[in-house]
Design a protein around this ligand. Structure first.
Ligand code: GDP
Length: 366
């Protein structure tokens, strides 16, 4: 090859101007300013029109902890509320490797293509708070769904406590519903507390499992199984088909031993393969009969009301607690009261009374 041409190849580093710093500090500042540049009504209009980039920006505001962002986010949520509540909300959990993302891709394509419904996928990933990198946020996951105009995928917000993250996800659900998403999937990893948080914000809870050699009922806590409205045995393909069916029967038997559910719904078991697509449409059939059954017996609306009530109570408790512990007079007194309790000078009850008395005398409403 001609050496001159070779040297001009884009594969070679050409001498020239020094590469500028990748991160322009002005850019970061400018970006932040941009988010609050528009009023809440502008966001509402974009969201209602189904503009995914405006929806994303609004969710970024929800996920932010900057006071100005939080304030605008709250305004957007208020405006979106009248248009919310009409979707079917599904929670999905299962240990890493069970096939959640592969399943969501297959199930999601069934929802958008065959059922012609709009689908939003949100995630709560407790590990992302520790590692700062969400294992549910990997861009290579759900490639087909990512490119589907009827789907919206949002990785897990990474900052804050589980309670904080759960609140952000609940608020994001409201925005997705206002944007016309009919099915909302909230994914979480089956390793800890996050299932309970997800269960508290969805209509239907799906547990993904695998068939194992004789240890079918191990690895997942009984409490999580009790929350499930359906248990899916994934990877029911190839050599694994019979084993998956055997596991399904074992789970069905185990579910019989649980007390009856408040909804009157009998949790279902089903095998499926996120690879071959076998059983995927049956999953929707199960959900559809859940919707019909619980709408008729009133449980669907009852559960939604209960969830709202729970949020009301939880946020009152949280705010009160925060207000109490942030109170300057309480802070001043706390240490000495604590010491007096530990040295048995006063009882813990008495100490609590004294602190509360101080609090009520010096409430700071700010
Ligand atoms: P996640 O960690 O729960 O999200 O699991 P992934 O969706 O990343 O899947 C974990 C592994 O299982 C990947 O290698 C998938 O290709 C594989 N997998 C997922 N679903 C199926 C299935 O239905 N059949 C088979 N044979 N493999 C699957």
């Amino acid at each position: 090859m001609d050496s001159q041409v070779h040297n001009k190849s884009a594969l070679h580093v050409q001498a020239g101007i020094e590469k500028p710093a990748t991160v322009n500090p002005r850019f970061a500042r400018g970006k932040r300013k941009k988010l609050t540049e528009q009023p809440a009504s502008w966001f509402l209009e974009g969201i209602r029109k189904g503009d995914r980039s405006i929806l994303s920006r609004a969710i970024t505001l929800i996920e932010s902890n900057l006071p100005a962002h939080r304030k605008l986010a709250q305004e957007i949520i208020e405006l979106c509320l009248p248009y919310s509540g009409k979707s079917f909300r599904i929670g999905i959990t299962g240990v890493p490797g069970v096939g959640k993302s592969t399943f969501i891709e297959a199930f999601g394509m069934h929802v958008t293509q065959d059922l012609d419904k709009k689908l939003a996928v949100l995630a709560i990933d407790p590990s992302s708070q520790r590692t700062k990198g969400s294992i549910l946020g990997d861009k290579t996951r759900m490639e087909k769904l990512t490119n589907d105009i009827n789907a919206f995928i949002r990785p897990s917000p990474s900052a804050g406590s589980l309670g904080g993250v759960a609140q952000k996800t609940r608020e994001s659900i409201i925005l997705c519903e206002a944007a016309g998403y009919e099915i909302i999937l909230v994914e979480t990893v089956g390793v800890g507390q996050s299932e309970t948080a997800v269960h508290g914000m969805v209509d239907f809870f799906l547990l993904l499992m695998l068939s194992g050699a004789g240890d079918e009922l191990q690895g997942i806590k009984r409490g999580i199984m009790e929350m499930a409205d359906a248990i899916l045995i994934n990877k029911a393909d190839g050599d694994n088909k019979n084993r998956a069916e055997l596991a399904r029967r074992q789970y069905a038997n185990a579910l019989h031993l649980f007390p009856p559910t408040e909804s009157g719904w009998i949790p279902k078991t089903q095998t499926c393969s996120a690879y071959t697509g076998d059983g995927i449409s049956d999953v929707w059939t199960i959900m559809d009969s859940y919707i019909n059954e619980t709408r008729i017996n009133g449980y669907f609306d009852h559960k939604r009301k209960e969830q709202k009530n729970y949020i009301l109570q939880a946020s009152i408790e949280n705010n009160l607690k925060q207000n109490f512990y942030n109170n300057e007079e309480v802070k001043k007194l706390f240490k000495s009261i604590e010491e007096r309790i530990l040295s048995d000078e006063i009882s813990a009850y008495k100490g609590a009374d004294k602190l509360l008395e101080t609090y009520f005398k010096n409430i700071d409403f700010g």
